[in-house]
Write a protein that binds this ligand. Structure first.
Ligand code: SF4
Ligand code: SF4
Length: 373
């Protein structure tokens, strides 16, 4: 496919993009306002997007706030991540059906349509790449994840607003969408008009962009998009020194800070549920006594539960101290040994959604500084 130069889409162009994706058979999922948060759900038009809303985030705090403009992507990230579609919280794997005196095991069907994800942030592209490594590139390919991931069309959005708990600059994962997308948009205002600089990252993206109403981007458009991202990078809510964190944590496994954080941690699992890279799950069987049918499902689990590390006779990680330490050292240290990257992309969700505002960047700083509080 010949290259398609960067272009500028209007809001009507964005509408045409969503229409095109729907017409091509995708299940289009993007950000929308629900339950006082920006969540990911099925969308049909720009009217479903969170125009004019932003998020106010800090440790243990998330509020939607009205913007003083009508920016469509003028927020950071909410409680959802794309893993809820690629690696769903609850996924039936198979069920049985009775056929006379026979029992048939029926595997769960693959989704009937590929996903189109709209509004994927740079940190989330990195998180997807991490889960790809876990589910697709190891010794055991996960067929359910592969069925959802293959053929997905990704519309990334470089960030024009950094949340109060974002630290993607520290993790080198944002705020500009660099790779892993079909189309990448940067929202901006040029000549008083709202527009989206559109860049392509695949043949599928070039094919879609070529069919949209657009104008070719001028040098000034590209410069403005770069300025948007630069302003976002300069306004990160958090930062964390990451270059030596692997050695730092593994050299401090008996640091008193683990006791201090365990006094606050509720072991509620929120941080692992909202994290876009956490992938642990458990398997549950269920039987229906009325029909005689049974099923097996996989649901998200967490290293913060005692059951998760239960081996006959007891839990390997019996204390909250050991469970928090396992989570943080895996995210920031042993993930490198296991998968070749950090397990943290700096999205800040675990800080925002922790009910007692435990902050991974602050915990690293405390261990580095030797303090316990
Ligand atoms: S760190 Fe916070 S979110 Fe995570 S388990 Fe502990 S209390 Fe829950
Ligand atoms: S550990 Fe926290 S900041 Fe890092 S990717 Fe997970 S939720 Fe985001």
């Amino acid at each position: 496919m010949p290259p398609v130069p960067p272009a500028v889409l209007s809001v009507d162009g964005l509408r045409a993009l969503l229409d095109t994706l729907t017409e091509r058979g995708y299940r289009v999922v993007g950000p929308t306002v629900r339950d006082q948060a920006i969540v990911y759900d099925d969308i049909r038009s720009p009217a479903d997007l969170p125009a004019g809303w932003t998020d106010d985030q800090d440790g243990g705090r998330y509020r939607l706030v009205r913007r003083d403009d009508d920016a469509v992507f003028g927020y950071a990230v909410g409680p959802h991540s794309w893993k809820r579609f690629l690696h769903p919280p609850m996924q039936r794997l198979w069920h049985t059906e009775r056929d006379g005196d026979q029992i048939r095991v029926v595997p769960e069907a693959a989704p009937d349509r590929p996903f189109a994800f709209v509004g994927v942030r740079s940190c989330e592209l990195h998180a997807m790449a991490i889960q790809d490594r876990v589910f697709l590139e190891g010794g055991h390919v996960d067929p359910g994840y592969r069925a959802r991931r293959e053929g997905a069309f990704i519309v990334a959005v470089s960030c024009g607003h950094a949340g109060g708990t974002c630290f993607c600059v520290s993790m080198n994962t944002g705020p500009k969408a660099g790779a892993g997308f079909d189309l990448a948009l940067t929202e901006m205002v040029v000549g008083g008009e709202r527009g989206f600089l559109a860049e392509t990252g695949s043949d599928a993206g070039r094919d879609v962009l070529a069919g949209l109403p657009r104008r070719e981007a001028a040098a000034g458009d590209v410069a403005e998009a770069e300025a948007v991202v630069a302003r976002t990078a300069a306004s990160m809510g958090r930062e964390m020194r990451a270059d030596d964190v692997h050695e730092l944590l593994l050299a401090n496994l008996e640091h008193p800070r683990w006791d201090a954080v365990a006094e606050r941690c509720l072991a509620c699992t929120n941080c692992t549920m909202v994290c876009p890279t956490c992938f642990c799950s458990t398997v549950e069987d269920a039987s229906d006594l009325a029909t005689g049918e049974s099923s097996r499902s996989r649901r998200w689990d967490s290293c913060f539960t005692t059951d998760f590390s239960y081996i006959h006779g007891g839990s390997v990680r019996a204390s909250t101290r050991s469970r928090y330490r396992q989570w943080m050292t895996h995210k920031l240290a042993t993930w490198h040994d296991q998968f070749g990257t950090s397990g943290c992309v700096g999205c800040g969700r675990c800080i925002t959604w922790c009910p007692v505002a435990i902050d991974i960047t602050e915990e690293v700083r405390a261990i580095r500084d030797g303090g316990t509080r």
